[in-house]
Design a protein around this ligand. Structure first.
Ligand code: G
Ligand code: G
Ligand code: MN
Ligand code: NA
Length: 250
């Protein structure tokens, strides 16, 4: 496990950085926030995808150190913006089940001065089911700090519906696999409509991920989806790319 060894040193060696992807209000098109996404530039291999290295980091607990760095970096960055846009941070199962996680989030909010209501923690259902009681306690404690919890990759995990009832989510993120071709595939359209109905019934805003075409976005607007994210509105990029939204110079 070469990568595992290299991962342990990647943060200290400055090989990690964050990119940011805009999240927009479907009705107005306005940017409402950004999701922070981790990038690792390995000295020999070049860019390694988080889809590859996050699972390795999770097996080895290196995710705790990496996740702490991500949280600090994302909150520090967002606290420097002149507009109070939200910042979404992905959190893995290992972090959720760490006894130090809630204290860490509290400390990072205090230290960076980021208003808690601007922070959104993204968790997948799979992160919660190994120990649901413990996860529920952690999510409740996180919410008591004032932040929001989004269910990431909705529709791809296990028993989504019971998880929506059991855990105190503030937002549903529909997985990109359901958004692709939503404008042309009747089955996909029916699924997305029903998730939007679910969100309405539960009083939860829904964000559609992976929006790549105007036709997909138009469908989402017609169906009154709240928010969207995807290559159409912006690829995950260095924050300087979005200076207009983060540094107040319109
Ligand atoms: O950015 P990209 O599409 O390559 O991300 C691939 C996967 O890695 C996605 O599932 C995404 O949620 C995950 N990921 C990206 N950044 C982070 C991070 O900072 N922490 C965790 N736990 N997962 C991340
Ligand atoms: O699992 P999570 O939703 O956190 O991961 C988001 C992933 O989706 C990131 O790796 C990001 O790079 C990727 N992504 C974001 N927008 C798009 C898009 O429009 N199309 C595709 N194919 N991937 C996207
Ligand atoms: Mn995510
Ligand atoms: Na997702």
């Amino acid at each position: 496990r070469l990568l595992e060894h290299d991962l342990r040193h990647a943060v200290a060696r400055g090989e990690m950085h964050l990119v940011y992807q805009p999240q927009t209000d479907v009705g107005s098109g306005a940017v409402i926030g950004f999701e922070a996404l981790l990038r690792w530039k390995h000295p020999e291999r070049g860019f390694v995808s988080p889809a590859l290295f996050i699972p390795i980091a999770e097996e080895s607990d290196a995710i705790l150190q990496i996740g702490e760095w991500v949280l600090r970096e994302a909150c520090r960055e967002a606290a420097s913006w002149t507009q109070p846009l939200s910042i979404a941070v992905n959190v893995s199962a290992v972090q959720i089940h760490s006894p130090h996680f809630v204290g860490l989030v509290h400390e990072v909010l205090l230290r960076t001065g980021l208003a808690p209501q601007r922070l959104e923690v993204e968790v997948t259902e799979t992160a919660l089911i190994s120990d649901p009681n413990r996860a529920l306690l952690t999510l409740r404690q996180l919410k008591s700090l004032g932040l929001r919890i989004a269910m990431d990759d909705f529709g791809t995990g296990y028993s989504s519906l019971s998880n929506l009832r059991s855990f105190p989510f503030d937002k549903i993120k529909i997985d990109g696999s359901f958004v692709r071709s939503v404008d042309s595939n009747e089955q996909t359209a029916a699924i997305v409509r029903s998730v939007l109905g679910l969100g309405r019934g539960l009083g939860l805003p829904v964000l559609a991920e992976g929006v790549e075409t105007e036709a997909e976005l138009a469908f989402l607007a017609t169906e009154q989806c709240h928010a969207a994210q995807g290559y159409l509105m912006g690829r995950p990029s260095p924050i300087a790319q979005f200076a207009r939204h983060t540094h107040g110079t319109i």
